[in-house]
Write a protein that binds this ligand. Sequence first.
Ligand code: MN
Length: 505
Amino acid sequence: MTIEQIIEKVAEDNPKTDLGILKKAYNFAKKAHEGQIRKSEEPYIQHSLHTAFGLAQMKADLNTVVAGILHDVPEDTRYTLTDIENNFGKEIYNLVKGITKLGKIKYRGIERYRKNLRKMFLAMAQDIRIIMIKFCDRLHNLRTLENLSEEKQQRITKETLEIYVPVAELLGIWHLKWQMEDICFKYLYPEAFKKMEYKYEIEKKMERSQFIQKIKNGLGKELKEAEIEYRIEGRFKHLYSIHLKMQKKQREFDEIHDVFALRVVVNNVSDCYKTLGIIHSVWKPKLGRFKDYVAMPKPNGYRSLHTTVFGPEGKSVEFQIRTEGMNDEALYGIAAHWHYKGYEKNAKKQPKWVNEIMEIQRQIRSTKDFIKDIKFNVFQHRIFVFTPKGDVFELPEEATPIDFAYLIHTDIGNKSVGAKVNEQIASLDYELKDGDMVEIMIDKNRKGPNYTWINFVKTKRAREKIKQYARKSPLRGLTKFIPKFDAKGKAKAKAQAQAKKIKRK
Ligand code: MN
């Protein structure tokens, strides 16, 4: 890797920008890392360059690429952050400082894991670009794993799957997620990986390309007639995702039928739906497999139409239909936005869940609660439910009518007495499903929530509101419900102490 390759790559997206700073950063980092050699016996600067190149590929802004070149300078050389500030200015200083503060993230048991994850989120809240640099840094380290001891390989791949992959997924940066997962798969399950790689790459390659050609033949004519400009990609399913599917379903590779998947990229949203119509008219759609993430994007912003049909020879084929812009977003997630109008302006347009994470962070002090909330509110899959008027609300899977009620309004939550789901009476702990229509019945005279709701609600908001109400009226059962939260009894002791205090007053 040379600095010229990076300059060339950055120039593609910044044709009129003076890129002299890249060369300057290169010379600075090269001097700083002089004499340092990686385990691969390459000069250290190669790692800096690969990290920066990854960022340039993701169309990162210039300062981020520069920070990528400099990212290991303060940690590993005699040059300090102050040197970086003096030479490259405040913004680049802040990015490199963020990376340095993030430090070495290591998987060492569950406690450390939580702390590490929290560190990632804190850095993310500060400037999302810091996480992008960290990802590119990690990806290069993964690609050069073969030079490390087996023990290190195991540790690094484990912490990647535990910490980096979920965050990449959360940010919607699928191309990073897949690359990291497939490398980890190779080191963690070498046998399974080899077997699958062989099957997938060699045995199936011919069959796959013939099959994809058949699909293209079936579809091409119709699309042309409808005057839809399109591009079809035979989509590569990632080895690790097939592996997980095989394990989950207890099947062999040959029994996993939807290994073949296609992506159709068209010019605009209306062509997406037209194309879907054409696919469904050529092949019979499989029931329950159609997902409209265009009208209702996923929480991480992902948009596409998904459908599975009984294709040629009765084989199931999975389709993803999207526009060029959606495709960029799907591959680069949040990173797809950063180069359009500059990072600052877009920071405000971050998907809702980024703000959610920051909100959770502000409210929750203990790391344990923090992770619990992240898991429930962000990581988990979402469902969409409707009011009778047709307003859409987004909830985590397994959410209940009480979660829904609190999402609409605190008062509705507090005064809930019953629920109707799809016009049928349902219990308040009913597990809501995607597409349910939910109506909440309230009693205006009701003072507050039932504390036992805390045992089944799934959203942080509902839990907080119920707790909040309990705090306001501590004599009404505070000691009754808090101990259920914490088996260790810490909360119980705290509640008792608090109750005593109140008595004394
Ligand atoms: Mn590094």
